[in-house]
Design a protein around this ligand. Structure first.
Ligand SMILES: C[S@@+](CC[C@H](N)C(=O)[O-])C[C@H]1O[C@@H](n2cnc3c(N)ncnc32)[C@H](O)[C@@H]1O
Length: 293
């Protein structure tokens, strides 16, 4: 398997994946409202062939498979651990039209001109070379095929990130918090430029506000954040707080977000749609050194 995003591969095959798998099984952190918005924008038809980029434990893969009972869905992800969960869940759901592949979407040998639609729920922000990665997705789409994904807007607009990270960095404003790859596509102009350079067209970015779900109460939410990459990085710093102090700080910060449905924290996202041009012209993927189509 060819992987160029080695840091991400390490993270998503290690503690980050264990934590995300636990969160996904307990309480999909990406709240249902955003997932529904994504799938509505994807306009999946019953016979469509769909690619799910960075599918994780396969929640959107399964939902897409149900919307395309005569079609097929391929979920691709870096994480063996998350794909194990995705495969088991698809079998348990009795879905015969899904398959999964472990790979780095930036360089994975996707079949060319194959998919009607590519979707992603928070799986496209971690590419070291996003132009190459989106060009690879464009190559996998059929002529006129469509891309729909959601990703976070600016860090400062995302209370689900700012709240726990501010609790661990008292006195710092939102723009002084450690940056995260989660927000690599937050700038709409840059995001649009990346997709254009990847050979996509008809690009639309629409802001969508939808809360993120983090478990039944502040204690569970704190435990989830304690296993996330950004918080683990704080704990590993020489001047980082001991885990039990960090947990207490997180619980106090997250308590105001407890409600009847558990911990829900506002999230600010982009819903992005784009199209592979109908002419199927050779584009940047060729210059990225991967076969064109
Ligand atoms: C925040 S999780 C989202 C997972 C899933 N889409 C969901 O909604 O639960 C990000 C996912 O992207 C995957 N990922 C990150 N970089 C990737 C890459 N270069 N190729 C394939 N998957 C990648 C990670 O392994 C992880 O499963």
């Amino acid at each position: 398997m060819h992987i160029v995003n080695t840091d991400q591969a390490e993270a998503w095959n290690g503690p980050e994946a264990v934590n995300w798998a636990g969160l996904s099984e307990r309480d999909a952190p990406v709240n249902g409202a955003l997932t529904r918005t994504l799938l509505a924008a994807a306009r999946i038809g019953s016979g469509d062939r769909i690619l799910d980029v960075g599918c994780g434990t396969g929640e959107t893969t399964r939902l897409a498979a149900r919307l395309a009972p005569r079609g097929r869905v391929l979920g691709v992800d870096l994480s063996a651990l998350l794909l194990d969960h995705a495969r088991s869940a698809a079998v348990a759901a009795g879905l015969a039209n899904v398959e999964f592949a472990q790979g780095d979407v930036q360089v994975h040998p996707l079949p060319g001109s194959t998919f009607d639609i590519a979707i992603s729920q928070f799986g496209v922000m971690f590419f070291a070379d996003p132009v190459a990665a989106f060009a690879n997705v464009r190559y996998a789409l059929r002529s006129g095929g469509r891309l729909a994904f959601v990703c976070p807007r600016d860090m400062s607009e995302n209370a689900w990130y700012v709240t726990p990270m501010s609790a661990l960095h008292p006195g710092r404003s939102a723009d002084q918090l450690p940056a995260s790859a989660m927000f690599s596509l937050a700038d709409a102009a840059r995001l649009t430029g990346v997709l254009e350079r990847a050979g996509l067209t008809d690009i639309h970015t629409r802001p969508v506000d939808a809360p993120m779900a983090f478990g039944p109460d502040a204690g569970a939410a704190a435990d989830g954040f304690l296993g996330s990459g950004p918080v683990l990085a704080v704990l590993q710093r020489a001047d980082g707080p001991p885990p039990e102090v960090a947990r207490q700080l997180l619980v106090e910060a997250l308590r105001p977000y407890e409600g009847p449905d558990g911990v829900r924290i506002p999230g600010a996202h982009w819903l992005v749609t784009a199209t592979r041009p109908v002419d199927g012209h050779r584009g940047p993927r060729d210059s990225a050194g991967v076969a064109g189509g």
